[in-house]
Design a protein. Structure first.
Length: 414
């Protein structure tokens, strides 16, 4: 029996983890590497920024698209980060602050589907159902918003066969006119891989041909090791400078290790951002003015980001040294997660053993995946480790894990 959309929303990632992992069976201190919540960040910087804010700002209703100073700080960061030419990015038209990208993404997906419904209706094709194309495995908010919107969800598998880029060939050519939105995560979560300029250019060209939104979720873009990730803004610049049909998402959550500050943005296509403004005016969470003042200082400061990046680079190097000889190991190119294949192909079994025997809590790749038409789960043979602790704690967690990962076939999959 087909489940209702409301029933499908119960497939919430972090509610499923305890069911799969079971109860811990050891007295070892538990280490939770299942949630991408940094355990160190720009705490001193944000403390100083918050201390300097005006308490009276808490008595003001924040505007839907935040204040001009925050939009300017975000726009300046984008211009600097992506070396944008003068005139390419208009602060007022092309930048929309959101109260954390979780809320922003949810609103963006709903907006994109409504926009496509409107376009189909005007073309006399209102009987057609919009399509949302999501990477698979993926961030759970994409699924929740897509289901809520009523769109048809098409999952584009991210596997070794496509270098972990979404395989957009899953969309039949005749269906592209129905597509409202394509989401690609760059750097990849959970894969830790970078999308190529070739992939992004092709996706943007298709978005412009078929009038849908290409949304590039770049929240891990500043946590890189050797190669500075290209972003959709880079590609748009090199394609002539237009931001039509493109949205870019980023935040301070990963860049500055401050998910609690809830400062993010959606930037790009101005006409689509106008639609987003009205969607969020009705139901969006707005950034408090006092938090905006603190966020401005963080968006304008790169010193703490460089220190943060160096810490993650050291942790990543240590992790690669410990896991480097495991079958199928692939060093991440950016971010703070390891997407570790398991030789038995049963990530649930391995994640359960890691938790029950070693008190290391991870995310089985199946939980981050949704079934493909043939019933397969692209993440079934993987376990995700979020490297969120300081180096010494992370080392302990990985050392506890390495033998189970190396020998999971020996114990059989159940």
């Amino acid at each position: 029996m087909t489940r209702t959309r409301l029933e499908q929303l119960r497939d919430y990632t972090y509610r499923k983890v305890p069911v799969v992992l079971g109860e811990c069976q050891t007295d070892l201190p538990p280490l939770n590497l299942s949630v991408g919540e940094p355990k160190f960040g720009a705490y001193e910087t944000v403390a100083e920024a918050l201390a300097a804010t005006n308490p009276a700002d808490w008595g003001k209703y924040p505007p839907v698209n935040a204040g001009p100073a925050l939009r300017q700080a975000m726009a300046d960061w984008l211009r600097s980060r992506y070396d944008l030419p003068d005139g390419m990015l208009d602060t007022e038209a092309h930048v929309h602050p959101v109260f954390g990208t979780k809320e922003g993404l949810f609103s963006a997906i709903l907006t994109s589907v409504l926009r496509k419904e409107d376009r189909l209706e005007r073309a006399g094709r209102g009987h057609l159902r919009p399509i949302v194309v999501l990477p698979n495995p993926l961030y759970h908010v994409y699924v929740g918003a897509a289901l809520t919107s009523g769109a048809e969800v098409v999952y584009a598998p991210c596997t070794a066969a496509t270098d972990f880029a979404p395989d957009l060939s899953v969309v039949p050519e005749d269906d592209w006119e129905r597509v409202a939105l394509v989401i690609a995560t760059n750097p990849g979560n959970p894969t830790g891989t970078l999308l190529s300029a070739t992939f992004m250019k092709a996706a943007i060209e298709k978005a412009r041909t078929h009038d849908f939104t290409y949304l590039s979720d770049e929240c891990y873009s500043e946590l890189y090791f050797e190669t500075t990730p290209l972003g959709a803004m880079d590609v748009c610049r090199d394609m002539g400078g237009s931001l039509d049909n493109v949205w870019v998402v980023n935040s301070l959550s990963k860049r500055s290790g401050l998910p609690g500050l809830r400062s993010g943005f959606i930037a790009g296509d101005a006409d689509r951002l106008e639609d987003l403004y009205y969607m969020r005016a009705y139901g969006g969470a707005q950034t408090p003015v006092a938090l905006q003042e603190a966020a401005i200082q963080l968006w304008r400061d790169e010193t703490h980001v460089e220190k943060f990046r160096a810490k993650y680079a050291a942790i990543n190097a240590m992790a690669c040294n410990i896991f480097g000889e495991l079958p199928g190991f692939r060093a991440p190119e950016a971010g703070f997660v390891l997407w570790q294949p398991v030789s038995s192909g049963n990530g649930d079994h391995v994640a359960r053993r890691l938790w029950q025997e070693q008190a290391v809590r991870t995310l089985p790749g199946s939980i981050l995946s949704r079934p493909m038409p043939d019933g397969s789960l692209p993440g079934q043979g993987f376990v995700r480790f979020a490297l969120i602790y300081a180096e010494d704690v992370t080392r302990e967690a990985l050392l506890r894990s390495v033998d189970i990962l190396a020998n999971d076939n020996r114990h059989g999959a159940v």
